[in-house]
Design a protein around this ligand. Structure first.
Ligand SMILES: Cc1cc2nc3c(=O)[nH]c(=O)nc-3n(C[C@H](O)[C@H](O)[C@H](O)COP(=O)(O)OP(=O)(O)OC[C@H]3O[C@@H](n4cnc5c(N)ncnc54)[C@H](O)[C@@H]3O)c2cc1C
Length: 477
């Protein structure tokens, strides 16, 4: 076993082994391996130890031990984040704190439409438990089989149902958090209304583990859909797709539960990754995956969707559409959408952008990027897709595997992010800043905002021990 442990840290590790149990303190390189790199294999780190506590008291004990000791803590959930937020530094002196063993559902209350879950519960488990209680937890995205409650809250994840239900922030009623000094904030209230001063939970949601450790959450539940209708709709351009979105919103209002834009290159990449027949909608440069759902079982939902599609065809908005005729086909449509990220990973290196602009600006934004990248690097392939209903586009550029790729990636980041900024957008719509976007955040956010963020960080994490170098630069940088 590689020895990375300094004498002072060695005493702490021995003490943690005694209090947590030896199986909760991983020291061997082969045991640590999967905690030290991110989902895409883009970031690698080393750890003093990987800790796997099984209760909030154990988490509090760890944080008390670390507080003031100089040992830094990197919280980790399902390790599916795309910004390197859960990967430790290369120093080998940080502790990775995995919440995976805190995976109990503490409460489901169907009258209150809420549930209390521990941070290590996997998103899919949360969805399934809600469904078993006859309810619906709407957060959904491609990594739902891996992402955990603590992780999806700490990145304020979005996904495919934000258009109707909002992002992780909107789905959270309360939190239990262990603070950097080991104190426990018992904030698991399940209230829809609570105006007793600052809304503290909002500080920890989206903080990417830089302010404290989320150990449990009270989440909102919704009535389950009794019927849904899924269609793939072909459009000639993002502008047409945007008109389609407006038509669906106007005609079907809150029934619209997803509107996912997919460019032809993204569609082809996913279909060949899945070994699917190549063309569902052969000549469509852009496709929208549209889902409409309702708790009302007596509505003729399919007919309503057909009517909207017919009006889009009549007005020259959409060119073609395929409506799923059964659940298996609907699932196949969704599988295409959810596989784009994995297909892209399999295709090699890419530079990823997770950006948002006002919904009305999407066509202009996509045109501007296409033009700028096309002029500077006509050989590069752009894979664009995303949650059009939220103004959120994943705009990824496949890179050649040669040595200059890193320099090229930096240049493309600057180019795309400058265009985002010119459209008054955000350089991270839902994946977070992690370590991947820190320098771009500093470059593009106003000094006033950065100063406020630093004040919050200093107030809550007085010793700078919480996930340093993520979101904000580490003090030594
Ligand atoms: C195929 C694929 C598709 C995806 N699609 C989407 C999508 O559509 N929408 C979207 O929003 N995201 C998407 N993501 C990324 C998404 O952010 C993550 O999947 C997820 O939200 C992070 O959860 P996790 O448990 O894996 O967290 P991790 O990756 O383990 O951690 C993420 C961050 O949270 C911190 N953290 C983790 N647990 C805690 C805790 N208990 N307390 C404090 N901090 C903590 C970590 O330190 C890190 O900074 C996708 C990822 C993949 C791989």
């Amino acid at each position: 076993m590689e020895t990375l442990i300094k004498p002072a840290s060695g005493a702490m590790i021995e003490s943690l082994q005694r209090t947590l149990g030896a199986d909760a303190v991983l020291l061997a390189a082969q045991d640590q391996q999967r905690y030290l790199t991110d989902w895409r294999g883009q970031f690698q780190g080393k750890a003093l130890a990987v800790l796997r506590p099984s209760s909030v008291d154990q988490v509090a004990g760890i944080m008390r031990a670390c507080h003031g000791s100089g040992v830094q803590v990197v919280p980790q959930g399902g390790n599916s984040g795309l910004a390197g937020g859960a990967t430790p530094s290369a120093s080998g002196e940080q502790l990775v704190l995995s919440l995976e063993r805190m995976n109990r559902v503490r409460l489901i209350d169907p009258i209150d439409d809420s549930m209390i879950v521990e941070a290590g519960c996997i998103l899919q488990q949360v969805q399934e438990q809600a469904a078993e209680a006859g309810k619906y937890f709407p957060l959904s995205f491609g990594a739902e089989g891996s992402a955990q409650v603590g992780g999806f809250l700490s990145t304020n994840a979005g996904g495919t149902a934000v258009i109707r239900y909002g992002n992780a922030r909107a789905l959270t009623l309360g939190l239990e958090v262990v603070l950097p000094d080991g104190a426990i904030w018992h904030g698991l209230k399940r209230l829809r209304k609570d105006n007793t001063g600052y809304d503290l939970k909002q500080l920890f949601i989206g903080a990417e583990g830089t302010l404290g450790i989320i150990t449990a959450a009270a989440l909102r539940l919704y009535p389950r859909a009794r019927q849904s209708c899924v269609a793939l709709v072909a459009f000639g351009s993002p502008r047409q797709a945007q008109k389609g979105l407006a038509r669906f919103k106007d005609e079907l209002g809150e029934f619209l539960s997803a509107y996912e834009l997919i460019s032809q290159p993204a569609l082809s990449l996913a279909q060949s990754h899945l070994h699917m027949a190549p063309a569902l909608l052969p000549d469509a440069p852009w496709v929208a995956l549209v889902q409409v759902a309702t708790a009302n079982s007596s509505l003729a939902l399919g007919e309503l969707v057909e009517n909207v599609l017919a009006s889009c065809f009549d007005d020259g908005i959409a060119a073609d559409a395929v409506v799923a005729t059964n659940e298996r086909q609907a699932a196949a449509f969704w599988r295409i959408r959810e596989s784009i990220t994995a297909a892209e990973r399999a295709a090699g290196k890419s530079v990823k952008h997770d950006v948002s602009v006002p919904i009305g600006a999407i066509p202009g934004f996509l045109d501007a990027v296409q033009q700028a990248v096309g002029e500077a690097h006509p050989e590069l392939r752009i894979i664009a897709f995303g949650h059009m209903g939220d103004g959120n586009i994943h705009l990824n550029i496949l890179l050649p595997a040669d040595a200059g790729a890193q320099h090229l990636a930096a240049a493309l980041n600057t180019l795309v992010h400058d265009i985002v900024t010119s459209f008054e957008g955000s350089i991270s719509a839902e994946h977070g800043i992690g370590q991947y976007r820190v320098s771009e955040l500093i470059r593009l956010k106003s000094p006033t905002e950065i100063a406020l963020m630093q004040k919050i960080k200093q107030a809550l994490d007085t010793t700078g021990q919480m996930n340093p170098g993520k979101v904000l630069p580490a003090p030594r940088d």
